[in-house]
Structure formats: structure tokens, C-alpha cells
Design a protein around this ligand. Structure first.
Ligand SMILES: [Fe+2]
Ligand SMILES: [Fe+2]
Length: 180
């Protein structure tokens, strides 16, 4: 398994969650949305830390491609943040959900057709394997809730990400205790 395999696997997980959430109701929808939120935030933050630097240094127009993808990720985090503030299943939440789904699917499509093939072609196989391990590590320590105000660049997240992640872990533990 290399970096690109791991990225595509995450994409499939997220796409399946979008499909399931669309038809889920009540508590099940709440739980699936929690799963989606956590998966999506961890994935995008880790991409910004591990994938984007490779894109910038490897791809033709890498700088611009990385900037565009980061812009889309920031927007998605903004929508997720709004969704967290509204009631799951409400009219407002459902319209935000559709907005997020369209945006994230388009974003994933761009990564899969431009960025990932470029990395496969331009980065050595052993480097892509090492990057996969770094990507998994970055996901482990990433935040679990959206933090649109925290720029998801390698340097910014290395400094602020762990703090946001700690706050998120505490928040998740409290929510779990309340639910149980
Ligand atoms: Fe992404
Ligand atoms: Fe992605």
C-alpha cells in the first residue's frame, strides 16, 4: 500500500458515508454524520500536511494545484462547521449536507484525476510508501472537528493542529459519556 492507495481508500470510505447518510434517519444519521465529520477532517488535514508539499514540488503547476485544493478543503470545513451548529436532519442541515456532498465529490474527483496520477508518475515508489506511513501518522494526531480558522498548511498545523486535536478528543470523550 502506498500513499495513493491510502488516499483512494479514504475517498471510498467518505463516498460510502455520504450515500448512507442521505437515507439515514434520527440517531443513525447523527452517528453516521459524526463518522463522516471525523473521517473527512482527519483526511483533509493529513492531505494538507503530507500530500500538498509533494504536489508543490513534483507536479507541473503544482503550486497552483495545491492552492486550489486547499481552498476547496477550507470551504468544506466551513460548511462542516455550520452543520455542527444546526440540528442533524433539519431543513437547514439537509441543504448544507447537499452542498457539502457536491463540493466534496467534485473536490475528490479533481484530486483523483489531476493530482494523484501526477504524484504516481512523478514520485519514486519507495517515497510514496514512506509518505503513506507519514499520512497515516498525520491522520492519527489530526483534529476530529473542523477548525476553519486554523490554516491547514504543514507549518501551521504542526504548531496548532495538536492543540486543536487535544481539544477535539476531550470534546468527543464528553459527548460519548453523555450519550452512554
Ligand atoms: Fe482533499
Ligand atoms: Fe482527498
Amino acid at each position: 500500500m502506498d500513499l495513493i492507495d491510502a488516499l483512494l481508500e479514504d475517498h471510498e470510505t467518505v463516498k460510502a458515508l455520504f450515500t448512507r447518510i442521505a437515507t439515514a434517519k434520527g440517531q443513525q444519521q447523527v452517528e453516521l454524520f459524526g463518522e463522516l465529520r471525523e473521517n473527512l477532517v482527519r483526511h483533509e488535514v493529513a492531505e494538507e500536511e503530507i500530500v500538498r508539499p509533494l504536489t508543490r514540488s513534483t507536479l507541473v503547476d503544482g503550486e497552483s494545484i495545491a492552492e486550489h485544493r486547499i481552498g476547496e478543503e477550507a470551504k468544506a470545513e466551513e460548511t462542516l462547521k455550520q452543520m455542527e451548529k444546526s440540528e442533524v436532519g433539519s431543513t437547514e442541515w439537509l441543504s448544507l449536507f447537499e452542498m457539502l456532498r457536491t463540493a466534496v465529490l467534485e473536490h475528490a474527483e479533481k484530486e483523483e484525476t489531476i493530482e494523484f496520477p501526477g504524484l504516481r508518475a512523478g514520485v519514486d515508489a519507495d517515497q510514496l510508501e514512506k509518505a503513506q506511513k507519514m499520512f497515516e501518522g498525520a491522520k492519527k494526531i489530526a483534529p476530529t472537528h473542523p477548525h476553519p480558522g486554523t490554516p491547514n498548511t504543514a507549518t501551521a498545523n504542526m504548531a496548532l493542529g495538536p492543540i486543536a486535536a487535544l481539544v477535539d478528543r476531550a470534546r468527543d470523550a464528553i459527548a460519548k459519556a453523555k450519550a452512554g
